[in-house]
Write a protein that binds this ligand. Structure first.
Ligand SMILES: NC(=O)c1ccc[n+]([C@@H]2O[C@H](COP(=O)([O-])OP(=O)(O)OC[C@H]3O[C@@H](n4cnc5c(N)ncnc54)[C@H](OP(=O)(O)O)[C@@H]3O)[C@@H](O)[C@H]2O)c1
Length: 335
């Protein structure tokens, strides 16, 4: 028994030494954060600064100056800011309604942008390329919790498949480039994100922001009831925005593997539970009425998050209750 414990301690020690050794010192690197002015991008930049990266070493290409769907503008970006690392967050995104109305542009914009950007990054000798995938790329009926090895075991939920596949193609590209060119690119799979600074526009918002706005509006209008999309029985997993930003920076620093890695809180919540929690926080006294004529999207979502902890020491810290309170407070102060 004693021998076994000693051996286990030694393995943990070796592993931590190995992880220390392969860690990138981000302070010595020039980093491009595409989409760095977006909801997640702003937090990633903030976290890089907190980690000691100087602001001169971080470049955020503005969409108006560098349209990353255009190869010439990507080339110009790499000339204007010769970088070591690219964290690729730029994307066209939206909630379920936006996905229903825009499957073509979601597929085309995201695939085109990512594929060209990774190719130019390779040609410009980028040392590390970080891709943000999406939980929407998991098979519709993957077993709960979703494990990375099940990522290819089926077709995603139809409504978000075009967006999901556009991102999933970047995993194929990433692995192919590693094999053929030795290009170091990693692929992360975050769940639904939420937090202060989220997009509250009903045309394109995701579920948490959409429900917060809807329920606060219903309260302000003194409604007895408020209709909500779907049956409410579908489940999702939510990751607070600062936790996700931290995970991305840790992975950039410490993970160089070929396989995708889930980023989540590991907690499954039904849409009905989420809506009721928001209703309680904002003190809406009316009833929520579930409109089953509207789609639920993927039936269940919950990730196995052990690989992120194992590979780069990431564990989400913010509970849904704490995150919702902060998000609602931000919305009320900024709407
Ligand atoms: N939000 C979520 O729940 C969630 C969940 C999983 C994964 N993700 C991934 O996380 C990343 C960030 O998402 P987000 O929620 O932060 O989105 P966001 O707030 O919409 O930010 C996206 C950013 O990309 C920029 N962008 C879009 N098209 C561009 C183009 N052609 N050229 C240059 N810049 C362009 C946008 O600039 P403009 O605003 O000026 O157009 C914006 O700054 C995305 O890759 C998304 O797929 C998000």
């Amino acid at each position: 028994m004693g021998g076994f414990i000693g051996w286990a301690v030694l393995v943990i020690f070796w592993r931590s030494m190995w992880n220390e050794n392969k860690m990138i010192d981000l302070k010595t690197k020039k980093i491009i954060v595409t989409g760095g002015n977006g909801f997640l991008g702003k937090r990633v930049v903030k976290f890089l600064l907190k980690r000691g990266v100087s602001s001169e070493n971080i470049f955020v290409p503005e969409h108006k100056d560098y349209d990353l769907e255009k190869e010439e503008e990507i080339k110009k970006m790499f000339i204007d800011f010769p970088a070591n690392i690219v964290i690729h967050l730029a994307a066209t995104v939206g909630g379920i309604g936006y996905n229903l109305d825009n499957p073509g542009s979601l597929f085309y914009n995201n695939a085109l942008m990512g594929i060209q950007l990774m190719e130019q990054a390779r040609l410009h000798n980028i040392e590390k390329f970080v891709v943000l995938g999406t939980v929407c790329a998991y098979p519709k009926n993957a077993l709960i919790p979703f494990k990375e090895e099940d990522f290819w075991n089926g077709y995603p939920a139809e409504v978000t498949a075009p967006y999901g596949f556009a991102k999933k193609m970047l995993l194929v590209q990433s692995q192919a480039y590693r094999k053929q060119y030795g290009f170091n690119s990693i692929f992360l799979i975050p769940v639904n994100l939420y937090g202060p600074g989220d997009n509250f526009d009903p045309q394109s918002s995701h579920v948490v922001a959409a429900l917060i706005k809807k329920i606060i509006d219903a309260k302000n209008e003194d409604n007895d009831e408020e209709a909500v999309w779907g049956s409410g029985t579908a489940s999702r997993e939510f990751l607070y925005i600062d936790d996700c930003a931290k995970a991305i920076v840790l992975a950039t620093e410490r993970y160089d593997g070929n396989g995708p890695v889930n980023l989540g809180s590991g907690k499954e919540t039904t849409i009905k539970e989420l809506a009721n929690q928001i209703k309680e926080i904002v003190e809406f006294k009316g009833n929520l009425v579930w409109d089953v004529s509207k789609p639920d999207g993927q039936p269940r979502r919950c990730l196995d998050v052990s690989m992120a902890e194992r590979e780069f020491d990431f564990k989400a810290e913010t509970s849904l209750e704490e995150g919702l309170n902060k998000t609602i407070r931000w919305y009320l102060e900024n709407k």
